[in-house]
Write a protein that binds this ligand. Sequence first.
Ligand code: ADP
Ligand code: MG
Length: 745
Amino acid sequence: MAKLDEPLRNLLGARTAKVLASGLDLHTVGDLLHHYPRRYAKRGELTDLDGLREGEYVTVLAEVTKVQGRTIPRPPGYLLEVTVSDGHGDLKLTFFGRKGSYRAERELSPGTRGLFSGKVTVYRPRGGGRPQRQLTHPEFRTVAPSAAAGEMAREFAEEIIPIYPATRGLESWKIEECVQIVLPQLELGPDPMPEATLRRHGLIGLEEAYRGIHKPRDWAELERARRRLKWDEAFVLQVALAQRRLAASALPAKAWPRVEGGLLDAFDAALPFSLTEGQRRVGTEIAEDLSVKHPMHRLLQGDVGAGKTVVALRAMLQVVDGGGQAALLAPTEVLAQQHYRSITEMLGPLAQAGQIGGAEQATRVALITGSQGAKARRQALLDAASGQAGIVVGTHALLEDQVQFADLGLVVIDEQHRFGVEQRDALRAKAGDGRPHVLVMTATPIPRTVAMTVFGDLEVSTLAQLPAGRAEIKTYVVPPERPKFLARTWERIREEAAQGRQTYIVCPRIGAQEGEEEGAPALLGDEPGGALGDEEDGARRRAPIAVLDLLPRLEEELLPGLRIGVLHGKLPPEDKDAVMRRFAAGELDVLLATTVIEVGVNVPNATVMVIMDADRFGVSQLHQLRGRVGRGTLPGLCLLVTDAEPGGRARERLDAVASTTDGFALSRLDLEQRREGDVLGAAQAGRASSLRLLTLLQDEELIRLAREEATALVDADPELADNPALAAELAVLLDEERVGFLEKA
Ligand code: ADP
Ligand code: MG
């Protein structure tokens, strides 16, 4: 009788075990049973051959239509060509050897059905002709047609055949044989899923589930099996996360209850607008978190322009009112500068402690970046260390050892996905005794279940609506089949400039002899010219448009006389800041840039965003970029310039961006187009191993239920003392993923 950790060699013998280990990295009974079929075929139904892709290793169920052998001179030998069909399309199988030497010759004849397994190649006849897909020297196994008639034959045709992810030498049917040897010997012991949970959600037992997924008698049985196994994946993960949340919330932290009549009240009173309902609700959640003697771990997500900064600033002021300090960590120099400026502006006299005109209870805002001058830096370090600065804004430079705080109570991290775990920890370590409260802000909205899993150790707050009265942004695709649209684009920029308004033009590359592009890839992918684009179009026609190549054309030809500034990651920080300043002050008509302007940049007078080679950007990134315009009262215009042909996936993405401004809908689309591993990001690579059936987007309801069950269980039994089987399974997961995401918090 075998448990999951039983080595395969004990059941299958050393030779087979060795093949499974080297071919598919399967070592234990559990490994083999978790190697789920990729799909299922019915004996009576042939595989759709249209779907086969070049280079894939496939297993197809098909019927032989033709067998033809001939002697060939070079190399001398005998070529056997077998054509198989699914009833519409066909596929050629080629075998090469000596006449009469093949099993294929004996076993395959027109009318024979079989499973065929091999790598798809495409033969392209010289001088044109239809390309022919083929498998060279495929492995095969015939599927005997039933001689019996009537009911028996029907049952036979209905039989479900699992098709496993296979590899040369380890065909699907060989894996099936191994599984069939192992299954009857399975004895798993107590179920790790609590009895009550199984009952509440109508879940079947684990052994039954393994049988059902590998050898289902019908689709209903398969569905029950899949549901149970998905629950396992979701549940164990959520138990781990619930334990982490519980442990984190038990840590000590300083409480910063709201102080009446302080900076926060003064700020609220001076605010030129009223907070949206969402801002108020989230504000209350955060205020309550800060008033408790345990550290807050909260993710604040909201679309571009949803008003997150105001919410974060109010949280910081609550801490400052209590005599503490808050740090705001931004991913880039440009953004740190920008936050510094906008916070100082929003606070006005409230940030001018010790200055003429400063308010009575005023504090100071300090900026710490890697590029600032020695004098400014010394002053900022002093203000932070002495506590004079209630708010300290900065880049990674904030993490350096010289940066000390008098009493750091709150850390706000902007655009979380660009920071690693170690960096969160480094900042946290500066809080002296106890831990600071942590608020993470992200403008890339993530569907709730993804957030619950990827950031499962954080509580999630969402700002769902934008403040009222926000100007509209219209988006259009400027496609290759409409050259007039492009001419009109340049004209439009000139018109806007004539009215004193400004334009961003974004390119995917810096150009000239650049090295690396700036900007760490975001959590949700979005590298310019990344895998998505390349996969689709195969060979690229040309390199992406670059800032430094476009500049002379704009100056001389397309936008003569306009004042054009250039911004990209290779510029020295002072230059970046100077260009941003000039653009913000209206001294430039056009800012030609890479994606450095992506997040947070706020110039209300900018009305047009032109994105060159827009198909090279991800959906979320386009949405982010578009959020740079329409920030004031003037309506925004976003033009997506592309030479992607209509009808392709690239154009579909651009059309989607043009058709909605709902960031949540778009991030969903973005996620759907990526593989799960990409969604979870490299940091979670280890996790790919534990999510086999579960898809974060399609199993939202299941994940939600599993989280409820897990949370209740952990609340009642934090150490899982009453659930030893679950504790054991959890230990395996944590062990596997020690270096993975669970360590992130
Ligand atoms: P986010 O950081 O979420 O992208 P911001 O906090 O930068 O958004 O807000 C975008 C703009 O909207 C800012 O100019 C801000 O002052 C303004 N704003 C924020 N909240 C409101 C509100 N409730 N009503 C009107 N304008 C607001
Ligand atoms: Mg912002």
